[in-house]
Design a protein around this ligand. Structure first.
Ligand code: NAP
Length: 296
């Protein structure tokens, strides 16, 4: 009899953890309302008709509803000019009802995300992408942190993955994911190696990783043979493709089946980091609300 090979890695269930985070946040909002306070508010700005962006935004506004956060949608056609967009951000900066502003990236090519982020009030920067937020993270000061990286840290904590003194390898160095994850891991006393498209001998570097975070944006890029036995593998990638029967398939940056055979912990795609990103956006909105209203 041939035994089927079993995966040994414990699946880090981001969907379940996100649901539990949402439940906690809902209770916090309920308490605010019971005390006669207004609802926290999140403004979402979407420019253009990118399908993936529209889907992410829908997901985010639906999640807001679940916890009682008011969401304000601002949708613009792809041809919108910079002045219109900046005016919108300025209005949202000044709005009392808005605690968090999320500009869904990427923007159409003719619009500069840097310029948009430069006018966004750092106190409402729930994506943690303004220069002020990044500087505060870099300096180890309190501030709003990017959602995916804090979601990753929450997963590590939930599954009691030891970080201190461990070798963490991060593939990807974007401002949105790779750099802030590396910074947060270092603040938890990991020894961090950051890798990118010019890194040499990447497979060997990965084989030395106790914690391997993959945010390369390349489908099934990391092979099972790159994973150190007993490592924790966090797959940030999201790729939408189609299966043989035309069905929609979502996969990550890691060859999951092979990696799960050697990893001690592994995040699935979907159901790993993705739901945590949205949950942390809601958490950031409530933190921004509490700071703006002087509750904390
Ligand atoms: P990005 O801005 O395109 O950055 C990709 C990074 O990967 C870059 O730093 C790049 O290096 C590096 N890279 C590319 N090819 C590589 C290679 N062959 N070897 C080593 N490094 C390589 O992407 P991102 O915004 O960080 O997102 C990364 C992935 O995460 C994407 O799949 C995205 O869809 C996903 N994502 C998921 C969530 C979530 O909630 N789960 C949130 C955000 C993003 P260089 O700097 O040298 O070009």
């Amino acid at each position: 009899m041939v035994l089927q090979e079993q995966s040994v890695g414990q699946v880090m269930d981001g969907k379940a953890l996100a649901a539990s985070v949402r439940e906690t946040l809902k209770q916090e909002v309920d308490m605010l309302l019971a005390a006669g306070k207004r609802r926290p508010g999140l403004a979402v700005v979407l420019v253009g008709d990118d399908k993936a962006s529209a889907l992410y935004v829908k997901n985010k506004t639906q999640s807001c509803k679940k916890v009682g956060i008011e969401s304000f949608m601002h949708t613009f056609p792809a041809a919108t000019d910079m002045e219109t967009l900046l005016n919108c951000i300025t209005t949202l900066n000044e709005s009392e009802a808005v605690d968090g502003i999320l500009v869904q990236l990427p923007l159409p090519a003719h619009l500069s995300s840097e310029e948009v982020l430069s006018v966004l009030d750092p106190n409402k920067d729930v994506d943690g992408l303004t220069i002020e937020s990044m500087g505060r993270l870099f300096a180890g000061k309190t501030g709003l942190r990017p959602c995916t990286p804090v979601g990753v840290m929450a997963l590590l904590e939930q599954y009691n993955v030891e970080v201190e003194g461990k070798h963490a390898v991060v593939i990807g160095r974007s401002n949105l994911v790779g750099k802030p994850i590396a910074m947060l891991l270092m603040q938890k006393n990991a020894t961090v190696t950051m890798c990118h498209s010019r890194t040499k001998d990447l497979d060997q570097i990965c084989q030395n990783a106790d914690i391997l975070v993959v945010a390369a944006g390349k489908r099934e890029f990391v092979k099972g043979s790159w994973v150190k036995p007993g490592a924790c593998v966090i797959d940030v990638g999201i790729h939408h493709t189609h299966g043989p029967a035309g069905e929609s398939v979502i996969s990550g940056d890691v060859q999951y089946v092979d990696a799960a055979k050697v990893a001690r912990f592994i995040t699935p795609v979907p159901g790993g980091v993705g739901p945590m990103t949205v949950a942390m956006l809601l958490a950031n909105t409530i933190v921004a609300y509490e700071r703006r209203t002087g509750i904390k």
